[in-house]
Unconditional design. Structure first.
Length: 617
């Protein structure tokens, strides 16, 4: 038949995020899109002689996850250099890993621990000391980044960078010193993180071939966790077009396994408008393909508007010239119809930024132009309404999962209960997309973020949110899929398992909808499909996996600690059950393998009555 599918997945339990057909048993894929979604019998009508058919044996499947704010391009260039502490249970384990990596890292390379961890995840509930770092790595330079508030450098790293007694502290940062005035190895953002950016940028880079490999390995790691799309929010020391050559080459060669919409992040304080004027002459908005496309400006638009979320420091007061500088850039972007996003942590900053947006809108109407705030941890209901009135969205991330303890200490438990106020955003009808802001602050693991949203707890176990401020699992998933698609203008193209949409989906190692909250953090993919092609497979589907990627250089930490700290992939028995009962939506029956119930949330707050007993397992 001419319309035969290239791939059919049967006997699964697909949570489609499609209100018209919320649960399905099978899907057919043709030309990179979903051609059929429904019961196995109806989907098998699309089978032909060349169709690959995979029996999911009752596994739960969801749309591919879409991170609305991830620094993949920058992170990919360095991923193979980094020792990740995500999920490491104790400081003793972390220091052991650091010692072993220091012993295998050749001169002049560094050991870099860059983001994705919190001292509250450790059994010891503390950070490493400089003495401990120097003891385990006396000769190899070590750079340990803690959120965006500090970095710990051993003596070898201080020598490699050239920091000495006469090195001045930069504006907005501090080089901590001993009684004799010598740098101790502690760098503090007070509150500007540029001192941390600048120090890290002095480390040796990988050669070109290894940067290509590093980016591919990072994408494979994201695929392992179920990520199929991201929006790249630019980043410090990430210049366009120079630092985009690797990702563009991979796109040209058809080697991207994650869809990327990228934003351009200004790099030159005081010359931000010139950056954007140059870029608007070089490239048109929304150009590219379904795999790699331009997504506008930001998240940094002007340096004077940067309010980093260092909750160990008092809230920074933005300079008086912020409004004038921001207005010039916004007027230019709106005139050229460039979408934009702006990093904003505090409501006080957001109020001033919205004043600028409203002023520009009166003269040069936004008129449906897509724009958004990133983070918005302390935004108030009044400012949420102002965002809605201007047609904006809010991309929220799980930075509080790593910094909630610090926020509570400074601002109190009551303030933390609405930080960020995601339920208020949804009630107001503002588009919301969820993500991580990885890799330098939070972990890139989407399941850590989903755990935070559902449980209301930090990675250290502190409960931040009352039950009414947490998201039920269905809503959290929608915001991680279809919700994030709005932020790249692709909400009608991806984010749901739906006929005509891009065929990106994930088969899960555990049933996200029924397992205990603590187990959400352990979920991985056992089968990830992007554009109708298998990009990752494990456990019972490992025979379908694409060829392994050799990781270079050989001494890379990734060769020795694969991704998020774990002992082995464990597939829960709950991942292999079948949907039970008669489905009122599809009119078919399922086999019973296990009986328990899951919570589907308040139907009035989400999809309405689904009338589908597939929600009973």
């Amino acid at each position: 038949m001419t319309d035969q599918a290239s791939l059919i997945l049967t006997h699964g339990c697909f949570h489609t995020v499609d209100r018209d057909r919320p649960i399905a048993e099978a899907v057919a894929i043709r030309d990179g899109k979903f051609a059929a979604v429904g019961a196995t019998q109806e989907v098998m009508a699309f089978a032909g002689k060349k169709t690959q058919i995979i029996d999911l044996k009752g596994h739960v499947a969801i749309p591919g996850l879409n991170d609305s704010h991830l620094h993949l391009i920058r992170g990919g260039l360095n991923y193979n250099l980094e020792l990740r502490w995500e999920g490491v249970p104790s400081l003793a384990d972390a220091l052991r890993m650091l010692k072993e990596q220091a012993q295998r890292t050749p001169h002049p390379q560094w050991v870099r621990v860059v983001g994705g961890w919190s001292e509250f995840q450790f059994a010891e509930r503390r950070m490493p000391t400089l003495e401990e770092i120097n003891e385990v790595a006396p000769e190899t330079p070590v750079f340990v980044l803690h959120l965006y508030d500090r970095a710990l450098l051993n003596q070898a790293a201080l020598r490699a960078i050239g920091y000495g007694k006469d090195t001045p502290s930069p504006a907005g940062g501090e080089i901590a010193r001993d009684a004799r005035g010598n740098p101790t190895g502690l760098l503090l953002a007070k509150p500007n993180a540029m001192i941390l950016y600048a120090a890290l940028a002095r480390g040796p880079k990988l050669p070109l071939e290894a940067q290509i490999n590093s980016t591919r390995v990072f994408m494979r790691e994201l695929n392992r966790l179920g990520i199929t799309s991201i929006i790249d929010a630019g980043g410090g020391f990430q210049n366009y077009p120079e630092d985009y050559q690797i990702i563009e080459q991979l796109h040209h060669d058809g080697l991207l396994t994650v869809r990327i919409a990228y934003n351009l992040f200004t790099q030159h304080p005081g010359q931000e408008l010139e950056d954007f004027q140059r870029w608007t002459d070089m490239i048109s908005p929304d150009t590219g393909s379904d795999f790699y496309r331009q997504n506008g400006a930001g998240e940094m638009l002007v340096f004077s508007a940067a309010d980093f979320e260092d909750f160990l420091q008092p809230r920074p007061e933005l300079p008086e010239n912020m409004e004038a500088e921001l207005e010039r850039v916004i007027r230019h972007l709106v005139a050229y119809r460039w979408s934009f996003r702006l990093h904003a942590t505090y409501n006080e900053s957001i109020s001033r930024m919205l004043d600028v947006f409203e002023k520009v809108n009166r003269d040069v109407p936004f008129a449906g132009l897509r724009w958004m705030f990133d983070h918005a941890e302390t935004i108030t209901p009044h400012n949420i309404e102002r965002v809605k009135a201007l047609g904006g969205g809010i991309a929220a991330q799980h930075r509080m999962a790593f910094q909630g303890e610090y926020f509570v200490e400074r601002y109190g438990k009551d303030a933390a209960k609405q930080t960020p106020p995601i339920t208020r955003m949804l009630e107001a009808g503002v588009p919301v997309g969820l993500g991580t802001d990885a890799t330098r602050v939070a972990s890139y693991n989407p399941w850590t973020a989903l755990y935070w949203l559902v449980s209301g707890r930090t990675v250290g176990g502190l409960t931040l949110y009352d039950e009414g401020q947490r998201l039920n699992r269905d809503i959290a998933l929608e915001l991680w899929t279809a919700g994030s698609a709005w932020f790249s203008g692709e909400q009608h193209k991806k984010g749901r398992v739906k006929v005509g949409q891009l065929a990106d989906l994930v088969v899960l190692s555990k049933d996200y909808f029924s397992i205990r909250e603590e187990e959400i953090k352990d979920i991985e993919s056992v089968l990830t499909i992007v554009d109708g092609k298998i990009v990752y497979a494990a456990a019972g589907f490992s025979s379908l996996a694409p060829p392994p990627l050799p990781i270079i250089p050989e001494w890379s930490p990734v060769n020795h600690v694969r991704g998020h700290y774990r002992n082995a992939l464990i597939v829960s028995p709950s991942a292999t059950h079948h949907c039970r009962g008669s489905c009122a939506v599809h009119g078919h029956r399922h086999d019973l393998a296990r009986k328990s119930t899951i919570e589907v949330g308040d139907p009035k707050a989400f999809w309405g009555a689904l009338g589908c007993s597939c929600f009973v397992f």
